[in-house]
Design a protein around this ligand. Sequence first.
Ligand code: 5CA
Ligand code: ZN
Length: 477
Amino acid sequence: MEEDTGALPRKDDFSEWYNEVLWRAEIMDVRYPVKGLYVWYPHGFAIRKRAYGILRDLMDRDHAETMFPLLIPETEFMKEATHIKGFEDEVYWVTHGGRNELDVPLALRPTSETAIYPMYSLWIRSHTDLPLKLYQIVNTFRYETKHTRPLIRLREITSFKEAHTVHATREEAEAQVETALGLYREFYESLRVPVIISRRPAWDKFPGADYTIAVDTIMPDGKTLQIGTAHMLGDHFSRTYEITYEDANGERQYASQTCYGISERSIAAVISVHGDDKGLVLPPEVAPIEIVVVPIIVGKRRDEVLLAARALEEELRSAGFVVKLDDRDLRPGAKYYHWEMRGVPLRLEIGPRDIDANTVVAVTRDGHKITLDRRGVVEGVFSALAAFRKGLEQTARQAMIDRITVAATLEETVLAVRKGVAVVHWCGSKECAEEIEAAVDASILGSDIRSDLITVSRGPCIACGGDGTSTLVARTY
Ligand code: 5CA
Ligand code: ZN
């Protein structure tokens, strides 16, 4: 693929930067001729593969993976009233098979409750069948009318990880929502993406849920991105789809349910939170290539340098790293540019002088340059990568701290949402929410905040002065 070596827009100009980095670092091609559908380049897909490997491992601890059909009969889809109402404007319908009109139109799943729950109704008989915890990683379709954006707002979500659990009691289901949030927290910790968790206001919950708890991160432009949600479904769907079980006393009971999901927005978050003016910066955990070895070839010692570079590559590969030797016939500078753009965490340079001195030069993607002893290179690489990870985590965390502001008045909130998230007191009423949202041109994200960066308190609502509780307000994607 062609390489553009012109300057990348600065990250301050986030929207431009994001679009350019997606194609220059070969993440997504946006030229597919259907709005809201994009193509994964192999490099982007390799990042997705590693990130979703982490997610799968987390889920596999106590969920089983499954796969349900993409098509949902209208008759099933239309059963749960609130759910339909929430999704009716977003569904793609398949109405024909060839030239024949179908008797029952088929929905392309926007999410899979109505595909999965009729089957759960058949599968679940007794309390001994519970809890049931399944998940699938599939594509889903939503006819989004807000501005579509690669990895962020898609009409085909290609990497929808949805979990659907069934429990005997409401308490157990509520506990499962917390367990799910714990898993998502762990997932984002390994991606070094800082998150804030909060409970969405009632009008913003998932269609058919009792309540929704969301995981958000703050993007470089100060807007928040919802990168995961966990929903307490209670018995709404179990009553509609007859998901019942026989309890220990032989009585039939409606089950309690939860569902929770993550999409490729998780990849958008990694790219956006860590990237810099030179391109991607990837945590080693998700980098398709962790280390690139660049031989510094000058004059006569070419073969010797190449041999030394190959030996270095081999040694690191045996130690378990994903290593790439870049022996292309290009200037070292062009290679540096190429791999920096693609976010490779560590570059090793080896040339005649290093061979003579028994050293290797190591440069982490965040710009730290150190000379390693060739004999202890594996240990040196381990500690360079450990320091790099720590640096990523601290930089991302500090960026989030800098974007969170406590605001006591509407005026302060206006300023706070310009650079990120405002923490305000809000009484919980819809009227005050509307007043706040209109006055500050941002949205109420939620209360019940769980974040070690935010101290929760009670205080006067910034709209009405009544008793309020800490609430997040932000501009959102
Ligand atoms: N059935 C539930 C749980 S899986 C569900 O569909 N929840 S959701 O609607 O909140 O979606 C789960 C997550 O998918 C969201 O938190 C958001 O991070 C992501 N998501 C939703 N819509 C899109 C979209 N159009 N493009 C990319 N990601 C999306
Ligand atoms: Zn109020």
